[in-house]
Design a protein around this ligand. Structure first.
Ligand code: NAD
Ligand code: UDX
Length: 481
């Protein structure tokens, strides 16, 4: 079946970029991306491409070419579902914050709502594509809802998980290592798979397009994220040992990564991984393993998260102990708030948790991030404290310890210490001499991303400490205790 009309439910970090690229590469297909969030859709339709809701290098150029031609953003969910031959579900699947599976299981209420809405509206056969990351065997549930609540039309459910990483989404979509399509092993299932293969074949070669059964596809997405995150937790675990033994974590990563069986990617020690996917997907995997009565397997993967929490805490604690065992009333400047460079996304960013620890110890946090707004930062902290059950009074009082700036120099002025939380390139080229002159002495820098030139900074007079680095403080470690 040749697809002429695609609808995507969910215009977020995945729905927006993936559908823009499909529209760009398949000009004969009409692609409509819909969302319940009117503000988000208005931003996708904004004349000024600086106002798109998602910041991704290269995205504005794709939108400029395809939007209004065969790419549309709308809040009219019903019409878009009705007109489509193929419907992608790219809605959010966050960790449940309530009830059964709270803090572990994926919250599938948005996905279920999509299925019910599609079933209600559809008047002709449709292919439904799981683009959201879902627990293995969700397709079975979707098929049941669609068949039981629909109007007798036929639905074929495919799994097509997304592997793009934020900050490199457009490049990842243009040059995907692979796309994965899982479908039923029936004749109609295979026809549906072929329809989706034909779309990706507009720009990817056949060997980049893998087809599997539905369950392998669903599980591969969770597995890929678990393996990637596991590498970061492994190197971060070793960063602590490096600090204790005067080994250098970058040297160790390089030495092991050149072994082609290990490989060099995803071995960058850091303050801890963030983002909307890794933690959520591993928690989901752990929950599934417990559900299938595999406690040893669950505990194995859970350790990746435990280590990541430890790494964020270790970073914050190091700042506190180094600053003579208290940061109370001190100005700690944060360079970066996003969970990685080249994105405006802050979900699960390590910065949030480091800030929380420091604020608990009485610090004032002064933040600069090139792409994250003050309202987003305040909302991130409010959300965390609300989840923890803090009273409104406590939240309001803690938010007063956070200051956000449009310029880095203002954020850094008169700071007691600087913490690098995101690896934005611009941080490397700042005038560090000037920054040093305007700081309290001793001038501490905690480089949570190992991006700064520590030799140069030491020469200027900074006391700089990276992750998993030989303790480079020139000052003898002192404490009033
Ligand atoms: P997001 O929160 O940025 O976007 C989801 C959007 O869906 C929101 O704008 C929300 O308003 C909308 N939505 C919710 N219910 C809806 C409904 N019934 N109808 C229409 N719109 C609805 O989330 P995201 O980061 O784009 O992630 C989406 C999915 O993709 C998740 O399952 C995630 O795990 C997966 N994923 C994300 C990434 C990533 O890098 N962000 C990468 C791969 C996979
Ligand atoms: C991840 C997966 O990479 C992607 O394939 C999937 O589709 C969605 O989840 P994303 O979360 O966007 O992508 O970014 P990623 O590049 O994986 O980084 C995640 C976190 O790990 C970031 O906080 C990053 O800074 C951190 N990281 C990454 C490290 O600390 N060290 C590394 O070596 C790599």
């Amino acid at each position: 079946m040749k697809i002429k009309n695609i609808c995507c439910l969910g215009a977020g970090y995945v729905g927006g970029p993936t559908m823009s690229v499909i529209a760009l590469k398949c000009p004969e297909i009409k692609v409509t991306v819909v969302d319940l969030n009117q503000v988000r859709i208005a931003a996708w339709n904004d004349e000024d491409l600086d106002n798109l809701p998602v910041y991704e290098p290269g995205l504005a150029e794709v939108i400029r070419e395809a939007r209004g031609r065969n790419l549309f953003f709308s809040t009219d969910v019903e019409s878009a579902i009705d007109a489509a031959d193929m419907i992608f579900i790219a809605v959010n699947t966050p960790t449940k914050t309530y009830g059964e599976g709270k803090g572990m299981a994926a919250d599938l209420k948005f996905v279920e709502l999509c299925a019910r809405q599609i079933a209600q509206i559809a008047k002709n056969d449709k292919i439904i594509v799981e683009k959201s990351t879902l627990p293995v065997r969700t397709a079975e549930t979707l098929q049941t809802i669609l068949d039981r609540t629909g109007n007798g039309v036929k639905f074929e459910v495919l799994s097509n998980p997304e592997f793009l990483a934020e900050g490199t989404a457009i490049n990842d979509l243009f040059n995907a290592d692979r796309v994965l399509i899982g479908g039923n092993q029936t004749e109609s299932g295979q026809r549906a798979i072929q329809s989706l293969v034909d779309i990706y074949a507009h720009w990817l070669s056949p060997k980049q397009i893998l087809t599997t059964n539905v369950w392998s596809s669903e599980l591969s997405k969770l597995t890929a994220n678990a393996f990637l995150a596991q590498r970061i937790s492994s190197i971060n675990a070793l960063s602590a040992l490096c600090e204790a033994t005067e080994a250098d974590v970058d040297e160790v990563a390089n030495a092991i990564g050149t072994d082609s069986r290990i490989g060099s990617k995803f071995l960058k020690a850091s303050v801890g991984f963030g983002g909307s996917c890794f933690q959520k997907d591993i928690l989901n995997l752990v929950y599934l393993c417990r559900y299938f009565n595999l406690p040893e397997v669950a505990n194995y993967w859970e350790q990746v998260i435990i280590l990541n929490d430890y790494q964020k805490y270790r970073f914050a604690k190091n700042i506190i102990t180094t600053l003579f065992n208290t940061v109370s009333g001190k100005k700690i400047a944060f360079l970066g708030w996003a969970f990685k460079k080249d994105t405006n996304d802050t979900r699960e960013s390590a910065a949030i948790y480091v800030a929380e620890h420091l604020i608990e110890d009485g610090a004032d946090i002064h933040i600069y991030d090139p792409k994250v707004s003050e309202s987003k930062i305040m909302a991130d902290m409010r959300y965390l404290w609300e989840l923890k059950g803090l009273t409104e009074q406590r939240i309001t009082s803690k938010l007063k310890q956070i200051f956000v700036y449009q310029s880095p120099m203002e954020a850094l002025d008169q700071a007691h210490a600087i913490a690098v939380l995101t690896e934005w390139d611009e941080f490397k080229s700042y005038d560090w001499e000037e920054i040093y002159q305007n700081m309290y002495q001793p001038a501490f820098v905690f480089d949570g991303r190992n991006i700064l030139d520590d030799e140069k900074l030491k020469e200027i007079g900074f006391e700089i400490k990276g992750i998993g680095k030989v303790n480079s403080f020139q000052l003898e470690k002192t404490s009033i205790f």
